[in-house]
Every structure is written in structure tokens, then in C-alpha cells.
Design a protein around this ligand. Structure first.
Ligand code: ATP
Ligand code: MG
Length: 196
């Protein structure tokens, strides 16, 4: 491509982007859903928490299901002023105790509700919340109500597979991480620093 043509093409692209940037005038806290079967949902959520923390914003994280598992992000971010609420008992995969799971989820959810009504929080990550709604450990209506009534400037990130349609509809930004392949399928062990 000639220099001339390259210049003309690039300036056309720039014009279009500038138009879109100028058209985006709304300032508000966002609801983001990161869903799908591929790897990268929680790490994306934690990436945004790290980004906001880097700007001096106040962040809170709730970890459902894998709460008490080792987690590099928690080690780092908790030391940098991020509040963590974890499902301390974890999930009773072995005992399949629905009451215990519900109680554990509800304990964390009460803390989430406090954060979701506190304008001090700029960004809140609700990691693996989708499963809590799917399995009815936390009522969808309650989640929707808390999200709708949150402070206008507060952003919330929800991660987990198979996000409920209502959460997808409510969200401003929804990304689906699609798995093309995953090392685990070839027998590779989960790896510190990459998987947790
Ligand atoms: P990450 O925390 O790495 O961003 P994730 O939040 O997208 O992953 P989860 O479903 O929460 O995915 O599962 C977390 C763990 O399971 C990680 O160790 C991750 O590498 C692994 N994992 C994620 N997707 C897959 C997959 N498609 N097949 C096998 N293991 C997966
Ligand atoms: Mg995850």
C-alpha cells in the first residue's frame, strides 16, 4: 500500500473512532459480566480491581465457591487496601450439603449487600457469583435489587460460567470467554501463578 493510501485509510479510521469517542457522553458506574467456559474470567475481574486500585480507587472482592483456596491476587490485593470476603467453608463438593452451602453463600452475600450500598466502594468484584444464582443459594431478585440500588458511580464485575439471562440483560458490558483449548485437557496440572 502506498504512503498516500495508508494515510487516507488511517485518517478515515481515526475520524470514525473520534466520532464514537465524542458520542460517548454518559458517566456512570458499570455492571460487567465476564462469563463463558474459557479460562480468563476471574483473572479479568481481578485485573480490573488491580487497575482501579492503581488509580487509588476503593475496591472490594467477594469470592464464592473457591473462597478459601490459595489465591495470588488475594495475597497481593489484600495488602493494597482491597477488602476481601470469602466463602470460608468453600463449597461442600464432597458432602453435597445444600444447607451448609446456602449458609456459607449467604454469609458472604450479606457482606456484598453492605458493599453494594456503600458509596465508598468504586469497584466491586463478585467472583463466581453466577453459580450462586443458578443453584439458588442467593435469590436472583435480591441480586438484581442490590445491583439496581447501588451508588450511581459504583462499578460491579460478576464472573462465572452460564450467567443468568437477567444478569446479562442488566449488564452494560458482557464478555464471553470461549475455550479453544485448555492445558488441563491434556493432563497438565493447574499451575501456581497461572491458574491460582
Ligand atoms: P481464571 O481464574 O484463570 O481466570 P476462570 O475464572 O475463567 O479462570 P473458572 O471456571 O473460575 O475459570 O476456573 C478456574 C480454574 O479452572 C483455573 O485454574 C482455570 O485455569 C481452570 N479452567 C478455566 N477454564 C477451564 C477449562 N475450559 N478447562 C479446564 N480448566 C479450566
Ligand atoms: Mg473464575
Amino acid at each position: 500500500m502506498s504512503d498516500e493510501r495508508y494515510k487516507a485509510r488511517q485518517s478515515k479510521i481515526k475520524e470514525k473512532v473520534d466520532e464514537k469517542v465524542a458520542a460517548a457522553q454518559i458517566e456512570k458506574g458499570l455492571l460487567l459480566v465476564i462469563t463463558g467456559n474459557g479460562k480468563g474470567k476471574s483473572t479479568s475481574g481481578f485485573g480490573m480491581v488491580a487497575r482501579a486500585t492503581g488509580h487509588g480507587q476503593k475496591c472490594g472482592v467477594a469470592q464464592f465457591i473457591k473462597g478459601n483456596w490459595e489465591c495470588g491476587e488475594r495475597n497481593l490485593l489484600a495488602n493494597n487496601g482491597v477488602d476481601f470476603h470469602v466463602m470460608a467453608t468453600g463449597f461442600t463438593w464432597d458432602t453435597q450439603d445444600k444447607t451448609a452451602d446456602t449458609d456459607a453463600a449467604q454469609l458472604v452475600w450479606q457482606e456484598c449487600k453492605k458493599m453494594l450500598s456503600d458509596p465508598a466502594y468504586d469497584v466491586i468484584l463478585l467472583d463466581e457469583l453466577t453459580y450462586m444464582v443458578t443453584y439458588d443459594y442467593i435469590a436472583l431478585d435480591e441480586v438484581v435489587e442490590a445491583l439496581n440500588n447501588r451508588p450511581a458511580e459504583q462499578s460491579v464485575i460478576i464472573t462465572g460460567r452460564a450467567a443468568h439471562r437477567t444478569l446479562v440483560e442488566l449488564a452494560d458490558t458482557v464478555s464471553e470467554v470461549r475455550s479453544i483449548k485448555h492445558a488441563f485437557e491434556s493432563g497438565v496440572k493447574a499451575r501456581k501463578g497461572i491458574d491460582w
